[in-house]
Structure formats: C-alpha cells, structure tokens
Design a protein around this ligand. Structure first.
Ligand code: ZN
Length: 176
C-alpha cells in the first residue's frame, strides 16, 4: 500500500543537499518510495516531485503533468518515475514561465528554463531511457532535477519583482 508522505518545506536542510545515486533500483524501500511519491504528487495537485521533497535524499524524480487546479493548462501524461536522471543536452533557447513548488507554498516565480532538453534515466523496472522533452514537461524535469542538486526555483528567479503570491497567480490565469 502506498501512503502520503509529508512534504519537506523550504528551510528544511534536506532540500539543500545533493541527493545520492540509487544503486539498487529493485530494493523494496526504493519501490515503496516510488509508490509513495506517485500518490503524494497527485494528492498535492503537483505536476512533479523529487525524492528530497519527502526527505529521501535520492536521485529520483517523478514527472506527472496533467491539468489540475494549480496548473490548469498542463498537458496530460502518464506519471513517470525517473531514477538517476541526467540532462545530456539542451537547446540554446530559454523560455521564462511561472513555477511554483510544493516545498515553497503560496509563492510563484518567473523562471528561465531550456525549451528542449535531452535526458537519460532508468525507470522503476531498471530499463534505461533516452528521451527528448520540450516546453512544460521539460520545465518540470528541470525543476525537479534542481531538487536533486539542492536547488529550488527561487534560486533561478532573476528579479524579486518576478515573485508573486499564489492568489495573484490565480488572478493572472483568469485574466488569460
Ligand atoms: Zn519543487
């Protein structure tokens, strides 16, 4: 049975650590962690989550784009757990868009990200993948990958004026 895990909030040192590689993907604790991350991200209306966000400092992230109240325009995809992920190439083109984070509640910021990235990862069955990701899904990956490096989106916001509250963000969405 999967269970909801508590989400680490900004200020918790686990969010500032470099996460460690996963050596034994089939280990029951790792498989349980994946199940719990999938359950937790959906329950929290997230579109992605990284293991350090539930205080597990491992190189594991979930990309789970789908339309929800926090991101009404997100594309729908099957939630995917990516273990030991890497960014192996990226476009020169960078796009800025609003991001939020389950570990930084109530705040949105304009974050520059590569529009397209090539990534490699191992799935939960141990199969190796190389994939190209673009736009919103590429943004999610880069956001979650930062968590594995001890970074949060606030670190990439270029101006304090590009930080807004969740309430103002919702107002912008309605105005669109
Ligand atoms: Zn985050």
């Amino acid at each position: 049975m999967s269970k909801l895990r508590e989400i680490s909030q900004l200020g918790n040192p686990v969010l500032r650590q470099t996460a460690q590689p996963i050596e034994d993907i089939s280990h029951p604790d790792i498989q349980k962690l994946i199940d719990d991350l999938l359950t937790t991200v959906i329950a929290a209306n997230g579109v992605g989550i990284a293991a350090p966000q539930v205080a597990a400092s491992y190189r594991l992230l979930v990309v789970a784009s789908r339309p929800n109240p926090r991101y009404p325009h997100a594309p729908l995809m099957t939630p995917t757990a990516m273990l030991n992920p890497q960014i192996i190439a990226h476009s020169t083109q960078v796009v800025k868009d609003w991001e939020g984070c389950l570990s930084v509640p109530g705040i949105r910021g304009l974050v520059p990200r590569y529009q397209t990235i090539a990534v490699e990862y191992t799935d939960r069955e141990g199969n190796w993948h190389r994939q190209e990701l673009t736009d919103f899904v590429a943004r999610i990956f880069q956001h979650e990958y930062d968590h594995l490096e001890g970074m949060v989106f606030l670190d990439r916001v270029e101006s304090q004026e590009e930080l807004i509250t969740e309430e103002e963000y919702q107002r912008l969405l309605v105005a669109k």
